[in-house]
Design a protein around this ligand. Structure first.
Ligand code: FES
Length: 112
């Protein structure tokens, strides 16, 4: 099934190294912007104890969870070792300055 792209605003609405939350019926999705203007989308729920990843700080392509500082990779959703866990990632793309998101998670994260 092809993705259904949902327009979720402009990249300019997101601070560099920050995120904004997109509310979906299946749960919140955090859309991140890196320092070099790439975007990633993760379930806004840390694989440790559910902390809001959208409130973390982005370093390169990882976000530090605001609760206990686990580092989650933005591209795969996986926690950086020695921590273990995975947050679902979502397809996201930029067209010009407009962000499009799909609410259907990518494969690859077993407990998404
Ligand atoms: S809830 Fe994210 S590190 Fe604990």
């Amino acid at each position: 099934m092809s993705n259904e792209w949902i327009e979720v605003g402009s990249i300019n609405d997101i601070p560099r190294k920050g995120a904004r939350v997109v509310r979906m019926p299946e749960g919140d999705i955090a859309v991140f912007r890196t320092a070099d203007d790439r975007i990633f989308a993760l379930r806004d729920k840390c694989p440790h104890k559910g902390g809001p990843l959208s409130q973390g700080i982005v370093h390169d392509t990882k976000v530090a969870c605001p609760l206990h500082d686990w580092k989650i990779q933005l591209d795969t959703g996986e926690a950086v070792a020695p921590d273990e866990g995975c947050a679902a990632t979502f397809p996201v793309k930029l067209e010009g300055e407009t962000i499009y998101l799909s609410a259907k998670p990518n494969d690859g994260c077993p407990n998404a």
